[in-house]
Structures are given as structure tokens and as C-alpha cells.
Ligand binder design. Structure first.
Ligand code: FES
Length: 106
């Protein structure tokens, strides 16, 4: 069962680029776009590069290694060479804190 875990303060996340956080055994890439935050698995589904080091274009993240793009909200793989989606995490923001729905990674 997922638990809401406080992961960051909204105003401490840089706007428009990624940050890597580790929690509950998950390696997570957080992306803040204005007042919204998206969370995807940090390891690219193609060859495990760190998506938090990629570049954000509107609602997409471009992998820094081979350039595949993923939808930030859904994790869908949009361009090759990635063909598998990124795991996405549910996010909620309350009183300026960012929470993710997580369970201990197995
Ligand atoms: S490691 Fe991300 S596109 Fe290859």
C-alpha cells in the first residue's frame, strides 16, 4: 500500500529542471514547472541514464544520454530510442510541501 511521503519543499525546487531524490529505495526524478511537480523514475527505461540531468521542454523531459523524450505527467515514451514508459509517481502539494505516493521498493 502506498504512503504519502514528504519529499521536498516546493519553493526549494528549481523551476524548469530536474532534481534527483532517493526515498524508500526509489531513485526519483522530480520536476517542478511553476506550481506543479511531476515525479518519474530517475533511471531512463532505455539504458538507465539519470533523467533528472536531462533538459525539460514544456511538458517533456529529454534523456541526457541518447535523447529519448518522455511525457512528464504520464511517463509515456515519446521518441526513440526509448520504447518503454518511465514509472510515474503520484504527487500532491499541501502547505508548500511536496508529497509522493510511495511504498518500500522490493
Ligand atoms: S539512456 Fe535514456 S535514451 Fe538512452
Amino acid at each position: 500500500m502506498d504512503e504519502w511521503v514528504r519529499i521536498a519543499q516546493l519553493d526549494q525546487l528549481p523551476d524548469g529542471r530536474g532534481v534527483r531524490v532517493d526515498a524508500f529505495g526509489h531513485r526519483i526524478a522530480l520536476f517542478r514547472l511553476g506550481e506543479a511537480v511531476y515525479a518519474l523514475a530517475d533511471r531512463c527505461s532505455h539504458a538507465e541514464a539519470s533523467l533528472s540531468e536531462g533538459e525539460v521542454f514544456e511538458d517533456e523531459i529529454e534523456c541526457p544520454r541518447h535523447g529519448a523524450t518522455f511525457n512528464l505527467a504520464t511517463g509515456e515514451a515519446l521518441t526513440l530510442p526509448a520504447t518503454k514508459p518511465q514509472q510515474k509517481y503520484d504527487v500532491k502539494i499541501a502547505d508548500g510541501d511536496v508529497f509522493l505516493a510511495l511504498q518500500e521498493a522490493s
